[in-house]
Design a protein around this ligand. Structure first.
Ligand code: PMP
Length: 366
């Protein structure tokens, strides 16, 4: 049946990460630092709002662009924060749905899309799916958003720059100056700037800033998956220039249709939840990891999200991860997120006791 498969499916695979999960499935009581989502549950009022929506019969399709009350709340916040006359929001099927539609709306075959390496795994896959060419900017060893390195990769075929701060897999956050420089570069070159802000709720050392503050045409993609531990509920939102948003909504109509309606009502309730204690908790967990590994590992301090990306103490990151897994520690090899096989990702969205066991074993392995 090979000839049934479209050529676009052949350009990427997911065997690396599956191998890790296959190895992991054999472990009893592993030290699991591999999970890419919060370790707390969906806040109770958010769960209740979802139940109420289901019991109240809000189970049909919503409008393509999302339920009015959620859109109105999001739009009011965006208008107040940015004050851009032309900025509109719609509700997507998770941040992933927003990324898919952004690429579908803007990437033509042969278009180049620029982003940092290491990157979130979906970026190169989606670019290729739409016939585009992923162009990576090496950000080792400190993973900073360096405008000069980005500018060096621009050509007359560059259509889009995707940035992600706080970043998966490094946890590194861009400074205001770095964001401003890239935002202004994109504006000066008339290149679409897409900002994946899914970890915006988890900033540890400074408050969150968006490149949209410096470039009003920035397309911002955000969502409730990480902030409210709602990864399974599939609610995200996208805001940007109305002309682009309208096309993305049109494409949503023929693909995702809408984000699940009960989960959208829950997201409306989520906007009233104070996340500061979770942010403080993850900041403290970040400090446990950084102070625990500092003497033995080369590590860029994560300023946000819940990931750290240390250099492996062996020549191959993937070989080191297999060794760690054989000792009961689940981490993710860096080459899943990178052309380079030198690092590994750990998630500190885990109970303290698990973090301490992980740090102890990592120090022993080093
Ligand atoms: N962007 C980044 C950087 C992510 O890490 C993730 C989830 N791992 C997503 C987008 C997708 O999130 P979701 O589709 O659940 O909103």
């Amino acid at each position: 049946m090979d000839h049934w498969l479209a050529e676009r499916t052949l350009g990427f695979d997911s065997s690396g990460i599956r191998r890790v999960f296959d190895l992991a499935a054999k472990l009893e009581n592993p030290i699991n630092l591999s999970i890419g989502q919060p370790h707390f549950d969906v806040p109770e009022p958010v769960r209740q709002a979802c139940i109420n929506a289901i019991e109240g019969g809000k189970n049909a399709y919503s409008q393509t662009q999302g339920i009015g009350p959620l859109r109105d709340r999001l739009q009011a916040g965006i208008d107040q924060h940015y004050g851009h006359a032309n900025r509109r929001v719609f509700v997507s099927s998770g941040t992933s749905g927003g990324l898919v539609l952004a690429m579908m709306a803007m990437v033509n075959p042969g278009d180049e899309v620029v982003f940092l390496d290491p990157y979130f795994v979906m970026y190169p896959a989606l670019v290729r799916m739409f016939g585009g060419i992923p162009v990576t900017v090496d950000s080792y060893p400190d993973f900073r958003l360096d405008v000069n390195r980005i500018e060096a990769k621009l050509t007359d075929r560059t259509k889009m720059i995707v940035i992600n701060s706080p970043a998966n897999p490094t946890g590194v956050t861009a400074s205001d100056g770095e964001l401003k420089a890239v935002a202004e570069l994109a504006a000066a070159k008339n290149i679409a700037l897409v900002s994946d802000e899914i970890y915006s709720a988890f900033m540890f050392d400074q408050s969150f800033r968006s490149p949209a503050e410096f470039n009003p045409q920035t397309i911002v993609i955000d969502g409730f998956s990480k902030s409210h531990a709602m990864t399974g509920w599939r609610v995200g939102f996208v805001h940007g220039p109305q002309e682009i948003i309208d096309v993305m909504v049109k494409l949503q109509q023929y693909t995702f249709v809408c984000s699940p309606q009960p989960a959208q009502w829950a997201s409306l309730a989520a906007l009233d939840i104070d996340l500061s204690h979770h942010r403080a908790d993850y900041r403290r967990k970040r400090d446990i990891i950084v102070s625990g590994l500092r003497d033995k590992y080369e590590l860029a301090t994560p300023g946000g999200a819940f990931y750290a990306f240390p250099r492996a103490p062996r020549s191959s990151g993937a070989a080191f991860v297999e060794e760690a897994i054989s000792r009961g520690l689940l981490i993710i090899p860096g080459n899943i997120f990178s052309a380079q096989d030198t690092h590994f990702r750990l998630s500190f969205a885990a109970p303290d006791e698990v973090l301490y066991r992980g740090v102890e074993l990592l120090c022993k392995l080093a």
